[in-house]
Design a binder for this molecule. Structure first.
Ligand code: GLC
Length: 806
């Protein structure tokens, strides 16, 4: 075997095309030198640079040329001081950290990552390794027999991506189906699972990129791109959580969203004129269906010109926005990147005069057609243009807008063929559309976020984008783009959100009810039940579709919608705490079972692959609108039915009833779920009492409850209130740790509501003596017709640690 390897690796392979299309391997190491935690290697064909970021994270850069300026829009994490051991023999260099061993084979140059006890986690394909094919670059990795692949952001297909290939090329793709490629956003990050081991690969290259997990071949897994360097981060971890944490150390984490952005949101293309918007908002209040946000789609503008209002449809925007505000509504407006080419239109004239647009190589600004007709497009890769764009929101903010929806930013143009040679500034370094397309949407969202944040003067904006790239979580929420009103799209949306969550973006949702086409009442009922238990909850539908408000599908569906939205509002303290966790650690709010039940093969079964947990406590088993019986997999642990507190043993599969008013939802034993009474919007006072529901279970459980003012950045100066609940199900000890943060709680007291405990549970200390019977509906709001009796303990919310024995 060996001589063949050497021959193959040392030679430049002559491809069948002209010289420029040569296929070329990395070749043998010629020399190597360390500078601190960076190893530089010269090979026959190029150079490699290995940097240890921390014990688990290694960066590998490979180029055929000189390493250029080290610049990334996605990565913000810097190498941390890390103790490493360096060893060298005639055949290899070895770098060892506390958790990871990297063995670098010299001839040919290949990388193998191992555990300290010698198990291979990930390794280059021994023959192919990293290769170039013309301008393309690929790295091929050994494909393990039992290897599964998860993540890769907004990708269709199954939870396990084994046997499939994907590419990243942000595309307006409204007619996609279960397997179409590509969609709107690119996150070149995936997680490999095999032999009880796992790792992440983040490929930091914005060109069109390719991922092959054993499609059309079974020899290797690979990632690569049309151009640019091979520049990837290998991430070691003992759990998927740990890998996501490292990945978001690299690409950043979200800021706390405004609390109102977690509320129910209502959109359509388009609500107008102003009276219609007010009528929709008023109907929510009259019908007592909670909602926080209403959207204005493209018809609010004058001839679709961004930063304008239609003179008749919205003659007095300030007055309309103020009436909405009085009803507790925040208003979000759509802002697309296309700037209408029209003499006298301020944004166009100003952008042209200041040289803010992307251009052809001859300096002529590029024009593409979109809603307004011919448009120019701001160059968000240019720092001055980002500033310029951000400042343009001045008037909208002054008028009362605090939500900003960036759409069509792939860039979508009629014809979908913006030429690859259109020029971008790339922060002064220059690039073409080939390199800039995938990052454009994220940089638009960054400009919008940074600009509006400044203008809002201490208040948090909501930014929503359609296109994005790795790291977008620092600036924006994302929705999965245009979907269709059918069951397949509903379930696909769930897998997309599960996958995007694994890829660092926690604040994610889909168009509830389906964007294109008309939902049946049953479909809407199921979709809103699911959406109410997802991170970003917004109904949206296209022009020319039937009305799609919760009351537009008949009384039964209206009741179901109200019930599930009420449940969402009741869960707001829980949900907000999950977002706090996302902001600190990058954890998704909506968690595929692959996060916590990684090694159970049933997690990946076709029947169960859509299941997820909201946080760790609530398990949701999505099912079609036509399925009245559903197969559910309850992983290890103890579980409770949401609607009846019925107990289920975990590690088993069940068939449960799933009528439209009962989406299958289960609560994990040991969970702590804080809730407050239903409110019509998050701006309403939540009352004096926080209810903390504790579900009896075995083992150790912990939940951190978090509150802040929900609006400003004062929490960054310590103005927040946080308590960790530790529950030991084996000893029956519940410890409510002393508060952290300098703000008082909104609540004066709290009730601990016990699920699954005997009626004679005794508690110490004696100052919390009397068990009372709680005859409300557990976590459920009124409206669900089930009542369950639970014990509860009522107590004043003291700041110091409280210990209770149950
Ligand atoms: C795009 C968006 C959709 C929006 C429409 C009109 O299709 O994805 O959400 O309603 O444009 O602005």
């Amino acid at each position: 075997m060996k001589p063949i390897v050497i021959l193959f690796a040392a030679a430049f392979l002559i491809g069948s095309d002209a010289a420029a299309q040569k296929t070329q391997t990395l070749g043998h190491m010629k020399k190597a030198s360390f500078r601190n935690n960076t190893l530089q290697i010269d090979t026959d064909a190029g150079k490699a640079m290995i940097t240890v970021y921390n014990p688990d994270v290694f960066r590998i850069r490979i180029t055929r040329e000189q390493f250029g300026n080290d610049f990334s829009y996605a990565v913000v994490g810097q190498p941390e001081p890390t103790e490493i051991k360096k060893e060298e023999t005639s055949t290899q260099i070895k770098i060892t950290t506390a958790t990871t061993v990297l063995e670098i084979n010299k001839k040919p140059l290949r990388f193998t990552f191992k555990t300290p006890d010698g198990k291979v986690i990930n390794q280059d394909d021994p023959q192919l390794g990293t290769i170039w094919n013309g301008t393309e670059v690929f790295t091929c990795k050994t494909l393990f027999d039992d290897e599964k692949f998860i993540g890769l952001g907004e990708k269709t297909g199954n939870l396990d991506r084994r046997g499939s290939s994907y590419w990243h090329w942000n595309t307006d793709n409204p007619h996609h189906d279960n397997n179409s490629e590509p969609l709107y956003a690119s996150i070149p990050f995936y997680i490999g699972l095999h032999s009880g081991l796992m790792y992440g690969i983040y490929f930091d290259n914005t060109h069109k990129s390719y991922f092959n997990f054993g499609a059309s071949q079974a020899r290797f897994s690979s990632f690569g791109a049309d151009d640019g360097d091979m520049d990837y981060y290998f991430i070691n971890g003992k759990s998927v959580e740990e890998i996501v944490k490292h990945y978001t150390f690299l690409t950043g984490r979200m800021e706390m969203p405004p609390l109102w952005a977690l509320g129910n949101q209502q959109c359509r293309w388009s609500y107008y004129p102003d009276d219609e918007v007010l009528r929709i908002a008023t109907t929510f209040r009259e019908k007592k269906i909670p909602a926080d946000v209403i959207y204005l789609d493209i018809h609010y503008m004058d001839a679709y010109k961004v930063f304008t209002w239609h003179p008749e449809r919205f003659a007095n925007p300030e007055a309309t926005l103020s009436r909405l505000r009085d009803m507790g509504f925040h208003t979000t407006v759509i802002i697309d990147p296309g700037i209408k080419v029209e003499k006298g239109y301020e944004t166009y004239e100003d952008g042209l005069a200041k040289d803010m647009f992307i251009k052809y190589p001859d300096g002529v600004p590029y024009q593409g057609q979109v809603w307004p007709g011919w448009c120019h497009f701001a160059d968000y890769t240019k720092p001055a243009a980002r500033e310029w764009w951000g400042a343009k929101f001045d008037e909208l903010v002054r008028q009362g807008i605090d939500g900003f929806w960036n759409d069509m930013n792939e860039i979508a143009t009629w014809g979908q063929a913006t030429p690859n040679f259109v020029q971008f500034d790339w922060d002064g370094k220059g690039a073409t559309y080939r390199k800039a397309k995938n990052i454009y949407g994220m940089l638009m969202a960054k400009s919008t976020f940074e600009g509006t944040k400044k203008l809002l003067n201490g208040r948090r904006p909501l930014i929503l984008t359609r296109a994005g790239f790795a790291g977008m979580q620092r600036y924006t929420a994302i929705w999965t783009g245009d979907n269709q009103a059918n069951d397949d799209h509903m379930l696909l949306g769930i897998r997309l959100v599960n996958s995007i969550g694994l890829s660092g973006v926690a604040f994610t949702g889909y168009d509830i009810g389906g964007f294109g086409g008309d939902a049946t009442p049953a479909l809407y009922a199921r979709w809103i039940s699911l959406g109410a238990l997802s991170p970003f909850c917004r109904t949206h539908s296209a022009f020319n579709t039937k009305d799609s408000e919760p009351w537009a599908y008949g009384e039964d569906v209206e009741d179901i919608s109200r019930n599930y939205l009420n449940l969402r509002y009741r869960l707001m303290p829980y949900l907000y705490s999950l977002f706090r966790e996302a902001s600190l650690t990058g954890m998704p709010v909506q968690r595929t079972l692959a996060l916590d039940y990684t090694h159970d093969p049933r997690t990946f079964y076709y029947a169960y692959q859509n299941q997820y947990t909201l946080g760790k406590a609530l398990l949701i088993a999505p099912c079609k609108s036509t399925e009245m019986l559903t197969k559910v997999f309850l992983p290890d642990g103890q579980w409770y039915g949401l609607y009846d507190d019925k107990t289920y043993e975990g590690g088993k599969e069940y068939i449960v009833e799933s009528p439209l008013n009962r989406l299958p939802v289960f609560v994990k034993g040991g969970s702590i779920v804080p809730v407050h009474p239903v409110r019509q919007h998050t701006g309403e006072d939540p009352g004096n009492t926080l209810e903390v529901h504790l579900f009896k279970g075995k083992g150790q459980h912990s939940f951190t409850y978090y509150e802040d003012d929900g609006l400003t950045y004062n929490h960054l100066d310590g103005r927040y209130y946080e308590r960790t609940f530790d529950y030991n199900g084996d000893t029956g000890e519940l410890t409510i740790r002393a508060k952290t943060g300098q703000a008082p709680s909104k609540f004066k007291d709290f009730k601990i509501i016990l699920h699954g405990f005997d009626s004679k549970v005794s508690t110490t200390p004696a100052e919390y003596p009397d068990d009372k019977i709680y005859t409300r509906t557990g976590i459920l709001p009124d409206g669900f017709d089930y009542k369950v009796n639970n014990l509860y303990k009522s107590m004043l919310l003291k700041d110091e640690e409280i210990k209770i024995k149950l």
